[in-house]
Each structure stands twice: as C-alpha cells, then as structure tokens.
Design a protein around this ligand. Structure first.
Ligand SMILES: CC(C)(COP(=O)(O)OP(=O)(O)OC[C@H]1O[C@@H](n2cnc3c(N)ncnc32)[C@H](O)[C@@H]1OP(=O)(O)O)[C@@H](O)C(=O)NCCC(=O)NCCS
Length: 161
C-alpha cells in the first residue's frame, strides 16, 4: 500500500501523541508534542497510508511519525516510530531518510539521537543509515541506558564524514 509522508504541524499534536502512545512505554502528551513542534528548528513528518483516503478502507491511516530538530549546525532525532502492523515495510527507513534530508537542508552537518541499549530494531535501522555509537547515557531511560549515536550529514545517505 502506498504511504505518503505528510509534514507535521502543531495542529497534529493529538494525532502525534496517539501514535507515540502506541509505540512507547513512556508516551508524550499532546501538550508536549505541541511544545516540541513549536521549538525553533523543529520539524516532523507523519506517515499516512494513502488508502486511508478511502473511507471504507481497513487497516489504513496514519501509521508512523518522526520528529527532529536542527539548530546550530547539528540535528537531533527527537522520536521516530511506526505502528506495529506497519513495521518491516520500509516506513521507518523512509521517515529517517526524510528527517536526515530535512536536517541537512536546514544546515545541519551531523545528526544525533539516543536509543535504548536493548532496542535492536532501532539500532539496526540507525546503523543502516550511517549512524555509529559515540557515547552512552547511564540511566537515561527508566529501565536502562541510552546509546548516543551520530551520523554525518554532509555526504549522501549519511555516510560518515
Ligand atoms: C524502529 C522502528 C521505527 C523501525 O520501523 P520499521 O518501519 O519497522 O523499519 P523498516 O521496515 O524501515 O526497517 C529498516 C531497517 O531497520 C532494521 N530493522 C527494523 N526492524 C527490525 C527488527 N525488528 N529487527 C532487526 N532489525 C530491524 C533493519 O535493518 C531494516 O532493514 P531490512 O528490513 O532491510 O532488514 C520500529 O520498529 C518502531 O517503531 N519501534 C518502536 C519505537 C522505537 O523503538 N523507536 C525508536 C526509538 S530510539
């Protein structure tokens, strides 16, 4: 099924929070989503299955999100997630590609993110896009450490620079 990536705005805060809640044990509130998108340099995308334009279609609709922020020549992935039924279909990769391109277009030369130590799926996604571990934040999450990953953005597809 075709999936479109739609720019996220503050008006989408409720939808973003609903998507986030399905995907994370510590969900972000509607207010937090609105505040994130109001930050200078913040941007986001919502993945939408295009068949959701057909009212009777089942299993379609908003299915993923990515939020990032670019400032001072650096960027950070704030969150990225795909609803469980839609995973392993390339949507996370498309969202990350788009976030990296958006950050690069905003002048960022490198992108950073934090990922839970045991989150093998996300770490594989990031490694496949050129991210490499550069540090660790102990106790960053309620249930464990975060791995800090970095990717240079000056070369296509996030090759290390
Ligand atoms: C991480 C996440 C966004 C990946 O989304 P996705 O749409 O399933 O990812 P894709 O289908 O685009 O996969 C891209 C690559 O990521 C890696 N990957 C994704 N899911 C994986 C899994 N369960 N196990 C191992 N590798 C995985 C693979 O390298 C995959 O490439 P391949 O399919 O060619 O092998 C999704 O699993 C998710 O929403 N997880 C919960 C939220 C989360 O942990 N977000 C990250 C927080 S830091």
């Amino acid at each position: 099924m075709p999936v479109a990536l739609i720019p996220a705005a503050r008006v989408h805060a409720e939808l973003l929070a609903a998507l986030h809640k399905v995907c994370f044990a510590a969900p972000w509130s509607v207010a937090a989503m609105g505040e994130l998108l109001a930050m200078p340099g913040a941007a986001g995308l919502i993945a939408v299955a295009e068949d959701s334009l057909v009212p009777a279609a089942s299993g379609s609709g908003p299915c993923g999100l990515v939020l990032w922020r670019a400032a001072g020549g650096e960027a950070e992935v704030l969150t990225i997630a795909v609803l469980p039924p839609w995973r392993r279909a390339g949507i996370g990769a498309r969202l990350l590609d788009a976030a990296m391109a958006g950050a690069r277009a905003a002048g960022a030369e490198a992108m950073f993110l934090e990922v839970a130590d045991g989150n093998a799926a996300a770490q594989a996604l990031y490694a496949g896009h050129g991210f490499a571990a550069v540090g660790r934040r102990r106790g960053y999450y309620a249930d464990g450490d975060a791995v800090v990953m970095r990717c240079g953005l000056l070369a296509p597809k996030g090759d290390l620079v």
